[in-house]
Write a protein that binds this ligand. Structure first.
Ligand code: HEC
Length: 470
């Protein structure tokens, strides 16, 4: 397990704005000189990195504490940026992307992680005094959606939940919200959705959140749930979900949105907040072309000894359908530090992915289409969670305690959460063949995540009795 403790005292002292400005000023050389020497500058080297990997969160009315949109906004944070991007361990690293790059599949949608060269470049820029550089080098500003716009595009329907008020200092609250009718006269399929918390606390959108997370479902006119799939969990700061176009999610005409479980927390200010849930629909008449599956599986069997690092627990699932795994979704709680998933098929066992874990972030990683694991029926998925129940893990409140399974963050969880696509035999064989072709695999050659890509001859389609006679 690769993980180093983070020096908590250092993190706190470097985050003070004043301290950071003083520290930067003290080592600041003449910026133009740095630029002439070919040293990294903000305008040429750093701004493009921040645009790609940081600004989605570090901008006004998003989730991060400060904006990193302009040089003047970035400069006071220079030393802190060097420290956070260079941490190397999951807890606190920026951007919060924890995939272990030394093992498994590396092709993900929206991969904003920094390369070792970029991390080094940022460090060098900061050590040189964080020079601005030539204004002409600055790339055009990246344009983001505004506080009242939606990342999924113009919604077809926006539903507003009842409001909840939390006192400035109050214990956490769990409960259900009253259902809200969608007002749909006909059945539709959802193509994308997004949830935003609006509140009267300072900042409005992206201000001080009180919804920790919210679990939703849909109910029909009789109050019964329908659809054999779950809806995504809303957690603070999520940007929205665009569902795979092959598997839109069904809502019935006359149905209502039900938040059956919300978890609220106080934010230090009396706050009333509600959720706005935006939906985009497929055109009327759309039908899914594939079947939505789920790779939600785990174990309640996590007994953590006190004051001990590197405790590992495993859990398993056997696939009873051919499956395209679209999402890698590690889920643990505060003591979790690393999560791996392996696929075992026949005599072959391969690590699909490992990721560090920081319970301040619940991340799902979406595979690129050409890299999503194609797993045959009968594959055994083995998950392994690694836990650090010592003072070296800053997310653990009191590591002197034994802890077991439970819903609170200080209890444990160990599961994989994520949608998948279930494939028929025909679809599966076609996708494996297409994968082999698109990757240009030679006979017998295979890649991680496609255990049958190397098989030159698939089980043929002769009637079962023929095969029995062999
Ligand atoms: C997914 C959203 C997200 C992305 C992407 C992201 N950040 Fe952050 N960042 C946050 C949040 C939320 C916090 C506050 C929580 C924390 O400190 O971990 C934060 C905190 C920080 C801090 C510490 C601020 C303090 O108070 O000390 C720094 C520095 C930072 N980010 C820099 C970056 C840089 C540089 C990048 C890109 C290379 C980046 N972040 C990418 C969301 C993000």
């Amino acid at each position: 397990m690769t993980r180093t403790g983070i020096d908590w005292t250092m993190r706190v002292t470097t985050t003070g704005v004043g301290a950071a400005i003083l520290a930067v000023a003290a080592v600041l050389p003449w910026p133009a000189v740095a630029a002439e020497r070919g040293e990294p500058t903000y305008t040429r080297d750093i701004a493009p990195i921040l645009q790609r990997s940081c600004q989605k969160c570090h901008r006004p009315s998003s989730m991060a504490p400060m904006s990193l949109m302009t040089y003047d906004e970035v400069r006071p944070w220079a030393r802190s940026i060097k420290q956070r991007t260079g941490l190397g361990s999951p807890v606190g690293v920026m951007p919060p992307w924890f995939i272990d790059k030394s093992v498994g599949i590396q092709d993900f949608k929206d991969d904003t992680s920094l390369s070792p060269e970029e991390i080094e470049l940022i460090a060098r820029w900061v050590d040189n005094g964080a020079p601005r550089g030539n204004p002409a080098d600055l790339p055009p500003a990246r344009v983001f959606t505004g506080a009242n716009e939606w990342d999924i595009g113009e919604p077809d329907l926006i539903v507003t939940t009842p409001a909840i008020t939390m006192a400035a200092a109050a214990p956490d609250w769990w409960g259900a919200l009253e259902p809200v009718p969608l007002g749909l006269g006909e059945d539709r399929y959802v193509s994308a959705m997004q949830v935003k918390e609006f509140s009267d606390a300072a900042g409005g959108v992206g201000g001080k959140f009180i919804f920790h997370h919210a679990l939703m479902t849909m109910i029909d006119e009789n109050g019964d749930t329908f659809g054999d799939y779950g809806w995504p969990n809303t957690t603070t700061g999520r940007f929205g979900w665009t569902f795979d176009p092959e598997v839109g999610r069904y809502v019935r005409g006359g149905s209502s949105l039900l938040y059956h479980s919300v978890h609220m927390h106080a934010n230090g200010e009396d706050t009333t907040a509600y959720l706005k849930v935006a939906f985009k629909f497929h055109p009327a008449g759309y039908r899914p072309t594939k079947q939505l599956g789920s790779l939600g599986f785990g174990t309640p069997d996590v007994d953590l000894r006190p004051m001990e690092a590197n405790q590992a627990f495993e859990f398993y699932m056997t696939l009873d359908e051919h499956t395209r795994m679209t999402t890698f979704g590690p889920h643990m709680h505060a003591p979790g530090v690393r999560f791996c998933i392996e696929a075992i098929y026949g005599g072959r066992s391969e690590t699909l992915n490992c990721a560090g874990y920081d319970h301040n972030w619940i991340r799902a990683y979406l595979y690129d289409d050409h890299a999503a694991p194609l797993l045959p029926r009968g594959t055994i998925l083995r998950g392994t969670g690694y836990f650090d129940n010592t003072p070296a893990n800053p997310n653990v409140v009191d590591p002197r305690n034994w802890t077991g399974f439970g819903h609170r963050s200080i209890d444990n969880m160990l599961l994989h959460i994520g949608p998948a696509i279930t494939l028929t035999e025909e679809e599966f064989l076609a996708e494996v063949a297409a994968r082999r072709e698109s990757l240009g695999l030679a006979a017998g050659e295979t890649v991680i995540g496609c255990p049958l890509c190397g098989v030159s001859r698939f089980p043929d389609k002769r009637p079962a009795q023929d095969q029995d006679q062999q």
